[in-house]
Design a protein around this ligand. Structure first.
Ligand SMILES: Cc1cc2nc3c(=O)[nH]c(=O)nc-3n(C[C@H](O)[C@H](O)[C@H](O)COP(=O)(O)OP(=O)(O)OC[C@H]3O[C@@H](n4cnc5c(N)ncnc54)[C@H](O)[C@@H]3O)c2cc1C
Length: 388
């Protein structure tokens, strides 16, 4: 259920002020320390950021997809690491439970995910199974009223802090010799569960990933998400579908921030006796960035509204993720160019954004995987309509 307009506007304005006044001044420190200050996490918890997408009956704000996208526009305007600490609770770390969990599982975990007391992670990728997630090898063997999990998951966002992981593993399936994919809710502290060292990354310093290892990791049978074996891959795809709109929105926010910074720089930096913003070749870069960010904003909002109406949006969500993540890469590249040498220097922060936004084209389905989804859906729709 949507918030009433006044309450939502208040939330968005408070968040926009928080981003401007508290988060932006900390961007260099977070990158330097590779950590989000505790008081910032606490303030984000107080604002309800961790529970944006979790239904009200489980303690969240229960925002519509459009509202969530509008919040992601604002959060996207600062270092992605700030969003990332809450992003798994908003998206991949909670939505499996929201979409396919049993009532008991929802009641057990969602209120603590919504408050941010518990951090949720989503463990699908493996060393040998990335884009081809369906080839995952982590295995779960039933033993009485427990399962034993064995395998390794790779690059798992927020795993170093996670209290709950949604883990995808193969269970026995008489119809399929490779086994069916089942999702498990694995709590930190489960016997046989361990975590690798925090990964060193190109960007998004302050946001952490690591390997997650399962060595005869013992979980109760009640840990099967939805208490149904063999549903895991479908759940993962539904979760990722939804997340693509949110990531598209975060890319729009980052692009709009980079455009503001580029315009401000271009208006004050003088060469040949005049502000560089007066040179038409610089104006072309500003205009291209503005038009592309505007296009992505419109795509995200239109898709979010369709989703809120209950329309199928798999193709459109993939379009949003693909276009917005590629768009912000181009905008960041132009931002470096507009800043000239300063754009390349760490002191200005533009090169940091350039590295930070690179990730958006890779995780939750690379650009190539979005292209495959879009094209496959186009072919399927044409076949169904009988136009091909
Ligand atoms: C910082 C970070 C955080 C992450 N967080 C999580 C997380 O929380 N949970 C999680 O489960 N995973 C997470 N991932 C993993 C991420 O989703 C994968 O890295 C991504 O899906 C790509 O998989 P891969 O790295 O194995 O690359 P590969 O699949 O090996 O792809 C390599 C290249 O080949 C291309 N390619 C692959 N298949 C095809 C094809 N059929 N057609 C055309 N091109 C193709 C890809 O597009 C890419 O360019 C994270 C990754 C990073 C870097």
């Amino acid at each position: 259920m949507a918030l009433d307009k006044e309450t939502f506007d208040q939330l968005r304005d408070t968040l926009a002020r928080f981003v401007r006044e508290r988060l932006m001044p900390l961007e260099f420190k977070v990158a330097e320390d590779n950590a989000i200050p505790e008081e910032i996490k606490a303030a984000m918890r107080d604002m309800g950021i961790f529970g944006l997408s979790i239904p009200v009956e489980y303690g969240g704000l229960g925002l519509t997809m459009e509202e969530e996208a509008r919040i992601a526009f604002e959060l996207g305007r600062t270092s992605p690491a700030f969003r990332s600490i809450a992003a798994t609770n908003i998206g991949i770390g909670s939505q499996g439970l929201v979409i396919d969990g049993t009532e008991e599982q929802r009641r057990k975990y969602l209120p603590r995910l919504a408050s941010g007391e518990l951090i949720g992670s989503f463990a699908l990728t493996e060393p040998e199974a990335g884009s081809d997630a369906a080839s995952l090898r982590t295995n779960a063997r039933r033993e009485g009223d427990h399962y034993l999990l064995n395998g390794t998951k790779r690059f798992i966002t927020n795993a170093p802090h996670a209290g709950l992981l949604t883990v995808f593993a193969r269970t026995e399936d008489p119809a399929n010799p490779k086994g069916a994919i089942t999702a498990f809710l694995v709590e930190r502290g489960s016997p046989g569960l361990s975590f690798g060292p925090v990964d060193k990354k190109m960007g998004q310093s302050g946001s952490h990933t690591c390997d997650v290892m399962f060595d005869n990791c013992r979980v109760p049978a009640s840990a099967v998400l939805g208490e149904k074996e063999g549903q895991g891959f479908r759940t993962a795809m539904k979760v990722l579908d939804r997340g693509r709109i949110h990531i598209g929105a975060a890319c729009v926010g980052a692009a709009e921030r980079l455009i503001d910074d580029s315009l401000a720089y271009a208006m004050q930096r003088k060469q040949f006796g005049q502000p560089i913003a007066e040179f038409q070749l610089v104006q072309a870069m500003l205009a291209d960035s503005r038009a592309e960010a505007f296009a992505a904003r419109c795509m995200v909002l239109e898709t979010a509204r369709s989703k809120d109406r209950g329309d199928p949006v798999a193709t459109e969500a993939a379009c949003c993720k693909m276009y917005a993540s590629e768009m912000v890469g181009r905008v960041a590249d132009r931002a470096v160019q507009i800043h000239g040498g300063a754009g390349y220097m760490a002191a200005y922060g533009i090169e940091r954004f350039y590295r930070d936004v690179r990730l958006f084209r890779i995780y939750e389905g690379t650009t190539q995987i979005q292209q495959l989804i879009i094209a496959r859906n186009m072919v399927r729709e044409a076949q169904q309509k009988g136009t091909a």
